[in-house]
Ligand binder design. Sequence first.
Ligand SMILES: Nc1nc2c(ncn2[C@@H]2O[C@H](COP(=O)(O)OP(=O)(O)OP(=O)(O)O)[C@@H](O)[C@H]2O)c(=O)[nH]1
Ligand SMILES: [Mg+2]
Length: 327
Amino acid sequence: MTAASPEAPGPAAKRSAFDRLLEGDPGSLARALSLLERGGSEADGLAARLRPHTGRAVVVGFTGPPGAGKSTLIDAYVAALRAEGERVAVLAVDPSSPLTGGAVLGDRTRMGTHTRDDGVFIRSIASRGHLGGLSVSVPLLLDAVDAAGWTTIVLETVGTGQSEIEIVDFADIKVVLSAPGLGDEVQAMKGGVLEIADILVVNKSDLPLASKTRQQLKDAIALRDPNRDVPPVVSTSATKVEGIRELVAAIRTRAQESTGDASEVRIARRLRGLLRRSVEAELNRRLARVDESHLDRLCHRLRTGAVTVPEAARELLLTCQQQGDHP
Ligand SMILES: Nc1nc2c(ncn2[C@@H]2O[C@H](COP(=O)(O)OP(=O)(O)OP(=O)(O)O)[C@@H](O)[C@H]2O)c(=O)[nH]1
Ligand SMILES: [Mg+2]
């Protein structure tokens, strides 16, 4: 979208808005995020200008099933960091329950970034209404927050193993939550998220079945690749603010262990994720434009055994590629 808008001022104004963003101005950052979320050529240009200014931030991803208590736990985590004077930004992807800002911000979060605690920046990202663009925009949003000087960025995503956004591509430290009372929660998590966890959290440990969930988790991680470190399992109660200090310590330890994870490594991780997701999004766009009759003919040849599935898939890929050459 390139139409003129308050977020898209003329070149002179744009430069100073850009400078203000680099200086950490929350309003400029919020406007940049809106532009990047919408996508389009102006967003692409902004993303390219931002990139040389990125690389300082460590992204801490919180993922887990819906209702596991991610938002509540993030509130408590942010409060703990604020108590130590650390600045922290939070990006929540499509939260069905809002981040309240909890002990730190209370109801003031409703005012979005106009909160008076300038040590916290909170932004919710709605995935509704996007045409496969969300997975591409998230790393760009991380870049912008990073360039604006936030050195800790918390990313909340629902991790079902099927979500469009999985933190694995974008988070430097991956915190995976489980909680009792979500059905067969650990079973549901086996499909991938357990594999990627740096830290496992059993939240809602105030509930009676928490110890069972904890044991199930331990059993499940025993099946992980034996060459990988066993992640710590931290019990928390986000609502009772218990186990938060342990969580902060586990995240810090992990961050120190991965100091080999230099800024260039972190940036490369984000860019690899971005590229992969961009290719997927572009391919999906092209697939959607393939002629129905072309697809019908291909399916007919499959049906009659004239082509194998891999042959048909390769042919379709070629069609998609030619479409890109002659859009
Ligand atoms: N008993 C108990 N309830 C909790 C705890 N943490 C969160 N909850 C409750 O669980 C519900 C869901 O919490 P959220 O923080 O919204 O969970 P979420 O994982 O962010 O949920 P989605 O964003 O919808 O995926 C809320 O009613 C919380 O009050 C906890 O430690 N103990
Ligand atoms: Mg949430």
